[in-house]
Design a protein around this ligand. Structure first.
Ligand code: GLN
Length: 539
């Protein structure tokens, strides 16, 4: 028998938004670069079954996996760093745990027993902690516990972590606590007290952290590290400094410099693999940090005041930009602020325009104006999901002359439903998890820009939508120069629309941004950025 799967738990203290997901992904990257097979899972304390029904303002982007799970945006980081897919099993919420337990209770699985947080909820949490490791595929599973220690919601997760130490035994289990060391400018001092308190809270729950990763804006002097080690009951070399970084993609190298991976390997007695291979990662960073050109691209959407709502798109531009040694300056533009009178001024200085995914009516006029501006002025255009649907509506209105054209999502009474509800969506009343979700195949049409970008005829991309292009209009669109460049081979659903007489005008029903990673930037983003570079050079 090989080594048992080792479990690393990452908790957070003092405040949220310290970047547990990035630390988890960075540690995983370092272990992966030494040849260990690693996956990361996230346990979220909220009561929604998944984030699919959350407004992006609540929790940022909803990230969709190959198997169609609607998940936390940290899973996007896991995939972008590790270049391996995640699945529903990688994201579990309190809501899902309770739902499972209550469903079992109704089936009679606990017959005669009082169902309680301990042991029933904690047993269900532990069952889910172990799930991805059952087939022995992974040397290490990193589990990120969402929220902060001390939150009421995360208590059952912390309790399950406490119990697991005894189930797994020594060297198979490790807790890393991510904390903040604030700097008080007035006192010119780094303060350790909040960290002491948050570790105390963990200890009260029976969990002793093995490693502390300390977020800080200033280097931690040895005496500060010693103090933290003493008060928090950890070894001095397990107090790891995590300085603010220029880019999240620096963090694996920073953590390597701080020897986070070495501490983990020693504590877990992981054996066999010692050499790190981060060459490709470093090459990527080199290109990212030394651009030879730059472009300005506008991202038009309605959630622009919270950039996390477009996390995967923003990261996709970083990957594509780096591959072209081009700095992409992304300007987030609220679609609600664009109208026919100001569109030239709002979008006039852009080298490319992306209309973002989204739902509902808000900002519709501005999005249509943005598409029209890009089409008429021959500015490279990329529409994603709703962005592609808007491009279709704009073309119908302004080229085909169908002035009433719309999507039935925004106007159920439109006489020209160029975008309409998919057949299989009719009659669905439940909101959660019922969209067309996850990976579906798409066949590309030879000679199109998309086919050239991918360099192959068959692709698979991820989806999250209820509406689709109405194929009754396809012939008319194609006659006027907007063509279906990709379709689902089974249903004929239009996956890509392109305007032919244009430098680069592509709309996709799928979400390419979910599949762009550091080591494998997405071809459509690369081509779009290249088109923006070409446009800028022409000017
Ligand atoms: N609201 C559109 C639909 O449901 C687009 C969804 C999206 O952009 N993710 O089809």
């Amino acid at each position: 028998m090989g080594n048992p799967t080792k479990h690393i738990f990452i908790t957070g203290g003092v405040t949220s938004s310290l970047g547990k997901g990035i630390i988890a992904a960075s540690l995983a990257k370092l272990l992966q670069s030494r040849g260990f097979s690693v996956t990361i899972q996230k346990f979220d304390p909220y009561l929604n079954i998944d984030p699919g029904t959350l407004n992006p303002y609540e929790h940022g982007e909803c990230y969709v996996t190959e198997d169609g799970a609607e998940t936390d945006l940290d899973l996007g980081h896991y995939e972008r760093f590790l270049n391996t897919p995640t699945s529903q099993g990688n994201n579990v919420t309190t809501g899902r745990i309770y739902n499972n337990v209550i469903t079992k209770e109704r089936k009679g699985e606990y017959l005669g027993k009082t169902v309680q947080v301990i042991p029933h909820i904690t047993d269900e949490i532990k069952r889910n902690f172990y799930k991805l490791g059952l087939d022995g595929k992974y040397d290490v599973i990193i589990t990120e516990i969402g929220g902060c220690v001390g939150d009421i919601e995360s208590l059952p997760f912390i309790e399950a972590v406490r119990q697991i130490r005894w189930d797994l035994g020594p060297h198979n289990f490790l807790v890393i606590h991510l904390t903040l060391i604030p700097y008080l400018a007035a006192a010119k001092e780094l303060k350790t007290k909040p960290t002491q308190h948050s570790v105390k809270q963990l200890l009260e729950a029976g969990v002793q952290p093995d490693i502390l990763v300390c977020r800080t804006e200033h280097h931690l002097p040895t005496d500060v590290k010693k103090k933290i080690a003493l008060f928090c009951n950890v070894q001095l070399n397990c107090v790891i400094e995590a300085m603010d970084a220029d880019t999240i993609y620096d963090v694996p190298l920073l953590m390597k410099k701080e020897k986070l991976d070495e501490r983990v390997i020693a504590k877990l007695k992981l054996t066999g693999k010692t050499n790190t291979d981060l060459e490709q990662w470093k090459e990527f960073l080199g290109r990212l940090k030394n651009p030879t050109q730059e472009v300005k691209i506008g991202l038009v959407g309605k959630y622009v005041s919270l950039p996390d709502a477009y996390k995967s798109i923003i990261e996709s531009f970083i990957h594509a930009g780096a591959s072209l040694e081009c700095k992409v300056n992304l300007s987030l533009i609220s679609s609600e602020e664009i109208n026919p009178d100001n569109v030239d001024q709002k979008l006039g200085d852009l080298d490319g325009i992306l209309v973002a995914p989204g739902f509902g009516e808000r900002g519709l006029v501005g999005k249509i104006e943005a598409v029209k501006f890009a089409r008429v002025n021959r500015v490279p255009f990329f529409g994603i999901c709703l962005g592609m649907q808007i491009a279709v509506i704009e073309f119908a209105k302004n080229v085909l002359g169908l002035t009433d054209a719309c999507s039935t999502e925004m106007r159920s009474d439109t006489s020209e439903p160029v975008i309409f509800l998919m057949e299989e969506q009719k009659g669905i009343t439940q909101m959660g998890g019922t969209m067309r979700l996850g990976a579906y195949p798409c066949e590309l049409v030879k000679g199109t820009r998309s086919a050239a970008a991918y360099g192959k005829g068959k692709i698979s991309e991820r989806h999250r939508h209820r509406y689709e292009f109405n194929n009754n209009y396809l012939e008319s669109f194609e006659r006027h120069g907007m063509v279906a460049a990709g379709k689902n081979p089974d249903s004929g659903l239009v996956e890509i629309m392109e305007v032919q007489d244009h430098p680069w005008f592509v709309g996709t029903q799928f979400h390419p941004e979910y599949k762009s990673t550091v080591l494998s930037p997405h071809p459509l983003f690369i081509r779009f950025v290249q088109a923006a570079i070409d446009k800028k050079q022409q000017v």
